[in-house]
Design a protein around this ligand. Sequence first.
Ligand code: EPZ
Length: 422
Amino acid sequence: MDKLIVHGGATLHGSINISGSKNASLPILAATLLTGDPCIIRRVPDVSDTNYMIQILSALGAEVERSSGTVRITCGEISDVAPYDLVRRMRASICVMGPLLARKGRAVVSLPGGCVIGDRPVDLHLRGLEALGAKVEVEGGNILLTAKDGLRGAEIDLRGTHGPTVLGTDNVMMAATLADGITIIESAAAEPEVLDLANFLNSMGAKISGAGTRRIVIEGVKELHGVEHTVIPDRIEAGTFMAAAAIAGEGVRLNRVSREHLKAITSAIEESGHRVEFNEAGDSCVIHRGEQTRGVDLVTAPYPGYPTDMQAQMTALLATTPGISVIKDTIFPQRFMHCAELKRMGADIKVDAGTAVVRGVASLSAAPVMASDLRASAALLLAALKAKGSTEISRLYHIDRGYEHIDEKLLMLGANVERVKG
Ligand code: EPZ
């Protein structure tokens, strides 16, 4: 297993391009199951999660070609059984369920396991697909969905105890595109990645309105056709590098971003005393590290609120920001695995009942630390940039799931990092 050695103390400068969004690419790749025509998707990041999705689609029978960030995919003859050994490795593969059911009238997908950030139920997905007329059975760890008379439009409320579901909204929206009649999704997720998927589906001939709001209306059509699409920028990668620049940068510039998608992250970073300057077009920004910085209180929320996927990275920044910060994760209350590792580096953090209380310390010190999940490992990397000494981060595969060539991008910014093949 690869390790990353981060020699703290280097000042980051210069500019990098942010990659296409992992969390938009995954459902968009799954949506190609809805047509037998070829689809071309650009700016798909080369990360293990998208590679897993491409492997799953190939195993289902799709023809896939990938050259740098462009994926050409044709789901001609496809099976309705998703391969367990691949699906079990990536929870997000659950988003093949909706398109498979709509295209084939049947879908067999293994129940996703939990993960370190918390129990990952799919009850809302199943409730939505059942409302569209699917028969749902769970046996032997597999979900078996059948709709031998096809799917029919319905009014569905997808709200759960922790708010809307992103992939649940995606699954129901994709299935509804080929249902007979009108589907209304109330309490829908409004993330930019859901809107990007809706735009992709509408380019395929779907009739979706309201995506990006809490109420999405889908008018079913008979069939969908092939399309070309460029994926939106990855707002979480951008936010991660914004935090890196606030920790150890001097005028770092990030290109290929979306100011609109970064509003909550930008305001949190500016509230703690740094400045983010966007260009006129809003697709590039420079981060100016503040002299007077202070702790902030953060509560994660569904978009457009502060994203749970940026909670760990902000904690790394606040660990050496003067003052007290209180960070509450309302979406994944257990998502604090990074705190124990940050404390090994000298951070002062108390975690209790879904909330972390961070007391800023003057500096952190290097220590061997272990990545536990995608965003937690990013937080450790950020903390190591300014820690005294050389930090060794093991289980790097967690980071490679969602960040495209993160060590190369950090090297381009002047960070002193080296990947050790393990
Ligand atoms: C998506 O996961 C993202 N993944 C996650 O990013 C992100 O953290 C999450 O949305 C929340 O924004 C992708 O887009 C591939 P949810 P998803 O369904 O859709 C509960 C990353 O780091 N829930 O929106 O699986 C659930 O337990 C990843 O890139 C139910 O109760 O998350 C959670 O508390 C990690 N029942 C809340 O809803 C359900 O049926 C939100 O989960 C589904 C979800």
